[in-house]
Design a binder for this molecule. Structure first.
Ligand code: IPM
Length: 360
């Protein structure tokens, strides 16, 4: 298969982890006789530094001409502490999501057997957790009307959804549930928010089309607690943009490190794959960033194009690296010198030689 992949490494640890993901893709292309080509684009703080724009036109163009986008991370602490900054790195990521119409963000939360003791939660609590979060990505409060009064003392952000926006992601979430444990939990705040009540109505309306899926509902505050106390009760979680952002980051506690969580952002025409972690500026260029989330995003990319054996091999490589403790310091591995590159090299070797790869 020929795939033209746009690579947007972004900021902070983004370039380091993305380099490992590209390495893995190249190894897969070699082993399975695919032709993957890569074209880099600027996004985020580095794009602001070079062009004044967090999402240059050229980057949008590269993404639109590609079959898929591989995204690194975005953000810089210098903007975090400046509430008056008009141009921010995050506008780059939000802009791509909007430009490419990536309305569904899929975030798998899997408690790996070999990492159960890395979580700060009890092993018996998290064992066998396997959740798919379907987060709406191009609507809600992230993209609603904003207001700041002239005196700067009053501000608002609007959370707005329409039926169509809810329906299209809800269908995908129901279908995902059908291929799993057939349970879908809609997380909202329908006891307070009108927009949440719309989510419930729309999801209830389409539920009869999926009679074999058990639909239930949970308020976001309760879900935040249940996710930690009884994560195994969840199969597919469907939720709006901001709730999904918060819940998925919380879920990283189950897995042991946010450096393990991958995601796919899908629209009708384009698809982008990215780790859920941010730029983690203070860890940049130290070789300590965990590349697994980016590498697992590659597995999601391969799945997206029906390259299931290829994706499975990448996941096997990841599993083996975790089993052998070939992990970066966020997972407190028993070796203290395993760098970002070393993890990538190990998975690359595994792809080239699955039978024989060990730590050397
Ligand atoms: C994420 C991130 C982004 C979001 C930021 C960087 C804009 O936290 O992908 O989860 O809030 O969506």
């Amino acid at each position: 298969m020929k795939l033209n992949i746009a690579v947007l490494p972004g900021d902070g640890i983004g370039p380091e982890v993305t380099a490992q993901a590209v390495k893995v893709l190249k190894a897969i292309a070699m082993e399975f006789n695919h032709i993957f080509t890569f074209k880099k684009g600027l996004v985020g703080a580095c794009a602001i530094d070079k062009t004044g724009n967090p999402l240059p036109e050229e980057t949008i163009d590269i993404c639109k001409k590609a079959d898929a986008v591989l995204f690194g991370a975005i953000g810089d602490t210098k903007y975090d502490n400046d509430p008056n900054a008009k141009i921010r790195p995050e506008q780059g990521l939000l802009g791509i999501r909007q430009e490419l119409g990536l309305y569904t963000n899929i975030r798998p939360i899997i408690a790996y057997e070999d990492l159960l003791n890395k979580s700060s939660l009890k092993v018996k609590q998290i064992k066998d957790t396997n959740i798919l979060i379907y987060r709406e990505l191009t609507g809600g409060i992230y993209f609603g009307k904003r207001y700041l009064s002239e005196d700067g003392n009053t501000a608002s952000d609007t959370c707005e959804y329409n039926r169509f926006e809810i329906e299209r992601i809800a269908h995908l979430a129901f279908k995902a549930a059908q291929s799993r444990k057939r349970k879908l939990t809609l997380v909202d705040k329908a006891n307070v928010l009108e927009s949440s009540r719309l989510w419930r109505r729309v999801v209830q309306d389409i539920a009869p089309q999926y009679p074999n899926v058990k639909l239930d509902y949970m308020y976001i505050d309760n879900a935040a607690m249940e996710l930690i106390i009884r994560p195994r009760q969840f199969d597919v979680i469907l939720t709006e943009n901001m709730f999904g952002d918060i819940l998925s980051e919380e879920a990283s506690v189950i897995v042991g490190s946010i450096g393990l969580l991958a995601s796919a952002s899908i629209g009708d025409k384009y698809a982008m794959f990215e780790p859920i972690h941010g730029a983690y500026t203070k860890a940049a260029n130290k070789g300590i960033a965990n590349p697994i989330a980016s590498i697992l995003s590659v597995a999601m990319l391969l799945d997206h194009f029906g390259l299931y054996d290829e994706a499975a091999l990448v996941r096997e490589g990841v599993d083996k690296s975790l089993k052998l403790h070939i992990t970066t310091p966020d997972l407190n591995n028993k070796y203290d010198n395993i760098s970002t590159t070393k993890v990538g090299d190990f998975i690359e070797d595994f792809i080239q030689n699955p039978e024989e790869t060990n730590l050397n």
